[in-house]
Structures are given as C-alpha cells and as structure tokens.
Ligand binder design. Structure first.
Ligand SMILES: [Zn+2]
Length: 421
C-alpha cells in the first residue's frame, strides 16, 4: 500500500473552484488528445503491441479522510477522470492499455474506495471504475513519468464531500463525457451476403471488458464462459447454411445494453439470444434457465437476477443521465405483443430441446424485465446456462462435451422455431 500520502501534502487542499477550473481545462485538453489518439489505435481489441502502455501494479493508500489510488504504468498516458452518482463512482478513462494486475484484485477497497474494476470499454479505450463509499471529491489527479528506476504512476486523490457538492460538480463537468458508443461505433452490419430467406440470428455473449459478470470460486469469469459458448453456438447454427449468425461481441470488450438491442434491430434479426451464467447464494441450485421479458417477474429470484444483469451499464461506469426509454407508443406496443409471443415460443422450443439432454433448472422458463430483451420487433430470449455458484455447473460450463450437447439442442430449437413460422 502506498504510504507517501503526503507528497505535496494536505496543504494542497485547493479550493473547489480552483480545482474545478483546472479540471475542466484538463478535461478539455485530454478529450482533444484522446479524440486524436484513439482514432489512431489498432482496429481490433485483442491486438496488443509495443505501443500500448502496460499497467502492472495497482494499490490504494490512506483512509477515509484522504484516499490515494495509484496505478503503476510503464509510460505516461492521457487520461480523464470524472464522477457519476447513484451509486457514487469515480471513472478513469485511458487509451487502450494492457492491464497486468493480479487476479481478483479490486474486490476489496480501502478508505473512500469500496471496490474497483478495470478493463476494455471500447476499441481503443480502457477504463477503471472506482466504487466510492459516499460522495467524494477528486482533489488531484496526475501522471508521473518513470524515473530513477521507479515505474510511472497514475495517481488519483480522493477526499470526502457532501452529496450536494458532489452533484454540483458532476453536473458542472457537463457537457458530460461523450457517450462512448458514438466515440467508437460498433462494426457496421455485415454485408448482405445472406439471401433474405435465411434468417439472421444475433447471439449476444453477456458482459465483457470492464464488466466481468459473475465470478466462480475457482476464478472463472462469466464474460469468458459466455463468449466461448457463443462462438461454439455460432459455429453450430451456421453449419448447414440454414441460418446466418452474428455475435454482438467476439472479443473481451464491453457493450452497453442498449447497443446490444440496437445491434439486433439494425440488422433486422429474426431472433436474439443473449447468453449468460448465473450465481445464487444457495450453492446447490443448478441448471439452465430460459428467460423472456415481462414487466412482472415470475418470481423473486428472477426479479433479482434481472436487476443484477441490468446493472451492467452502471458497473461499466456509463453516464445514464440522459437515457430515455424509447420503447413506448401504441405501434411499438402492438409489435411488442407479437414479438413477445414469438419469444415465448422460442423459449419453449429451447426448453423442449434441452430437456433430458442437459441439466435444467427446476423452473426452466421464467419472466423478468431484462433490459437486453426489450427490442419491440426482435423475438428475444436470455439463456442462463447454469450457475457459477454450483460446482457441477461450473464443471459443465467448462466442458466441451457439455457445450456440444447444448449447442446441438439449441440448433434443434432454432429449426423447430423457424419451421413453425
Ligand atoms: Zn450475466
């Protein structure tokens, strides 16, 4: 832990106004630099090269009077820091860097930081999200270049404040940082290589990048499990040429929930399948569950799960202040009703196909208000493959044999669904 909290000391407690003006100018400069810098970065998220900075250490020092967050980094980088409320978070945006941190770091905080996470947010952009214990004030933030054998360091100092000051400063930083989805647009729809009689299925591996999803006791992360599964499912569904498949992500990158829905709508997908893995406090609970959307959850567990999954944007530190719910109006309502029926039909097909082949949850078709299932015109289901809190399910989820069985079942389900239509 960092002990030299007093570097440039507490007397440096500048007035909010001075710090605020400085911060705004810094933000502007950084945004400008970032705009240029990001566009020049490599086009694929997996690519790493020597031009990418490496963060290879992280620690939190201090207490709830002043907390210092430090990242060791092998060279200076541009960055921007901003705050978001409800819950209180401090967001550090960076160009794409390689994180070389010990596994499971960030689950425990210190001082004013209760936890933190990090990862790729979009192509060319990495992010660190600090969960704050209450309203905080970014007293200082700076980067020190490497010198005298010491690594470079990115430093953010936090001190407590009250909610009113926090909210004022958050709003004063407006215009809010640009929505990242426009900064780094999703790949364009695929070439219309398909003839229009071949249905397009969008498979959506949940979470990704900065949002790991659920983590099993052995350290396996939901975002990785579901990505591997989605790739296998894509392959399976495309064999035979009866269906075209596109994945919302094929790498470890974060995608906002609304963008996943838009992705399917823009491509006029005939079916949207979101893939997840669950976790529950009772370790004996296991098996796959298929969810369809409903404002009224079928039970408490389903409601709680939807609430957790819908937090993905908060976890990734997205600014949701201006988000509007565009799913409204009578026409959309009518379309939704039809779409809902198709969604329920596919859920039934999927359960019929999987029954007896793999372990199903005792109540395998459930309803809840998942944000990602709200396309008014694309039949959508969310499949929780199993529970990362159950040892047998974790074994299954990592087994190729199990994956083969379930993807084969889902191919049967997809065939049954489209045959009936
Ligand atoms: Zn999930």
């Amino acid at each position: 832990m960092e002990s030299a909290l007093d570097r440039n000391g507490r007397r440096k407690m500048s007035s909010p106004l001075t710090a605020g003006t400085y911060f705004c100018t810094l933000l502007r400069v950084i945004l400008l630099l970032a705009g240029i810098g990001f566009s020049a970065l490599p086009a694929t998220a997996q690519q790493t090269n020597s031009t990418m900075a490496v963060a290879n250490g992280v620690r939190i020092g201090g207490d709830d009077v002043r907390t210092r967050f430090v990242v060791d980094i092998d060279r200076p980088v541009d960055f921007r820091v901003f705050i978001l409320a409800d819950p209180y978070r401090v967001i550090i945006d960076l160009p794409q860097i390689t994180f070389d941190f010990p596994a499971s770091i960030g689950q425990q905080g210190r001082g004013l930081i209760s936890a933190f996470r990090y990862g790729l947010l979009a192509v060319g952009q990495s992010r660190i999200v600090l969960d704050a214990t209450g309203p905080v004030f970014i007293d200082r933030s700076f980067v020190l270049p490497p010198q005298d054998g010491q690594p470079g360091r990115l430093v953010v100092d936090l001190i407590p404040t009250d909610r009113e000051t926090f909210m004022r400063r958050m709003n004063a930083a407006a215009p809010a940082p640009p929505p990242l989805q426009t900064a780094t647009p999703l790949p364009p729809p695929p070439e219309l290589r398909r003839d229009n009689n071949v249905p397009l299925i969008v498979v959506d591996p949940g979470h990704g990048g900065i949002d790991s999803g659920t983590v099993a006791r052995n350290g396996v992360q939901e975002k990785n499990i579901v990505l591997a599964f989605a790739k296998a499912l894509e392959q399976r569904l495309e064999t035979g040429g009866a269906f075209n498949v596109v994945l919302t992500r094929d790498t470890d990158i974060y995608i906002p929930l609304a963008d996943r829905v838009e992705f399917a709508r823009e491509r006029q997908a005939a079916l949207f399948i979101s893939i997840h893995a669950d976790s529950f406090r009772v370790a004996t609970v296991r098996g796959a569950t298929v969810y369809t959307v409903s404002e009224e959850a079928s039970d408490q567990e389903a409601a709680a799960l939807a609430a957790t999954e819908n937090k993905s944007d908060v976890i990734a530190g997205l600014d949701l202040r201006n988000e509007t719910d565009d799913v409204s109006g009578i026409l959309i309502d009518l379309a939704m009703r039809e779409t809902k029926n198709y969604s329920i039909q596919f859920a039934k097909d999927a359960i019929d196909a999987m029954r007896g082949v793999i372990q199903l949850n005792r109540n395998p078709h459930r309803f809840a208000g998942f944000r990602v299932l709200k396309a008014p015109d694309v039949p959508s289901v969310l499949i929780e493959l199993g529970y990362l809190s159950n040892a047998s399910d974790v074994r299954d989820l990592q087994s190729r044999d199990w994956r083969d069985k379930i993807t084969a079942s889902l191919l049967d389900a997809v065939k049954a669904f489209f045959d009936a239509r």
